[in-house]
Design a protein around this ligand. Structure first.
Ligand code: PEP
Ligand code: MN
Length: 334
């Protein structure tokens, strides 16, 4: 249920109402926007007298929210959320360009890629240290050492870093990571999501291979219910019957999620297509349909990459793409 307050109500009256609502064993999520204050009621509202609340002097209107996701629901929080990572803002017109290799492979590799993507205009560095591979015989990532190398690349370039966590037992290694990524395969690892909800750190939550948008939002809800409101959603393609591309990029998810949630939404054209030459057109499409950013795999030597070389752009290809993305952004912002 949401309670929309009248414009300009006194702080004291608002407090009184919130305290009373809490006595009804409800969680109260407060969204103070520039035009209105919205109180989102979380919990069992079946016993709440909607007419009584609507009749209060400071209340403009009351509505029941039928969706099971509450904290991430735009009805609870009408204004876009902006996630901040150092100087970088994501959401509400702030566009992020996340780039880097699928996996961290060596100090030289990650530092050189970090420098080139930064020069091309990227503002966040990606790199996998723990890799979820389909085969147990494939490279599993440099793990803890990989995280240390990402920190060196951050120091060298000033770019904040994002890297994937695969299990709760590794959480302490991520203390100094700027954004923690939850990969597609872990989107419904609810124990992990709950732990991440206890942090106060941005989480990049990727859509599962075969998950609906409602399920994605319910996973965001797990993180937010714990009090961590800094969640970025990522559309990275879903599994369909077609197998020319690695996945099918569901771009309609972007404007659909935009209606449903206030969280930033980014697009990953690399894992969505699996083919480097398809990455630029799909990245531009992601920017054109209103995404808040792109996460793109870039490798200095894709032929010899230890993971996902086929979908990795070379630094010079990324630079050309990044320029075109800025042009698309200018057009859609005009
Ligand atoms: C990745 O970003 O390297 C990755 C494994 O992505 P996804 O979880 O979307 O497959
Ligand atoms: Mn990858």
């Amino acid at each position: 249920m949401i309670v929309i307050l009248k414009h300009g109500v006194k702080e004291e009256k608002k407090e009184q109402l919130i305290n009373w609502l809490k006595t009804l064993h409800l969680g109260v999520h407060i969204s103070d926007g520039s035009f209105q204050t919205v109180l989102g009621l979380i919990g069992d509202t079946s016993h709440v007298d909607i007419d009584l609340i609507a009749s209060l002097e400071i209340v403009d209107s009351v509505k029941r929210v039928s969706e099971p996701f509450k904290c991430c629901n735009r009805k609870f929080h009408p204004e876009d959320t902006i996630v901040e990572v150092g100087d970088v803002k994501i959401g509400s017109g702030n566009f992020c360009m996340i780039a880097g290799p699928c996996s961290v492979e060596s100090e030289e590799q990650i530092v050189s890629i970090a420098k080139s993507v930064k020069e091309a205009g990227a503002n966040i560095l990606r790199g996998g240290a723990f890799k979820p591979r389909t085969s147990p015989y494939d490279f599993q990532g440099m793990q803890a050492d990989g995280i240390e190398l990402l920190k060196i690349a951050r120091q060298e370039t000033g770019l904040p870093i994002v890297t994937e966590i695969m299990g709760i037992k590794h959480l302490s290694l991520f203390e100094d990571v700027d954004i923690i990524q939850v990969g597609a395969r872990n989107m419904q690892n609810f124990d992990l999501l709950k732990e991440l909800g206890r942090l106060r750190k941005p989480i990049l939550l990727k859509r599962g291979l075969a998950n609906t948008l409602k399920e994605l939002l319910m996973s965001a809800e797990y993180i937010m219910a714990g009090g961590n409101e800094q969640v970025i959603l990522c559309e990275r393609g879903i599994r369909t019957f077609d197998d020319y591309t690695r996945n099918t990029l569901d771009l309609a998810a972007v404007p659909m999620l935009r209606e449903l949630t206030h969280l930033p939404i980014i697009v990953d054209p690399s894992h969505a297509t699996g083919i480097a030459r398809l990455v630029p057109p799909m990245a531009l499409s992601g920017a054109a349909c209103g995404a808040d950013g792109l996460i793109i795999e870039v490798h200095n030597d894709p032929m010899h990459a230890l993971c996902d070389g086929a979908q990795s752009l070379r630094p010079e290809e990324y630079a050309v793409l990044a320029h075109k993305v800025r042009q698309i952004r200018e057009v859609i912002n005009a």
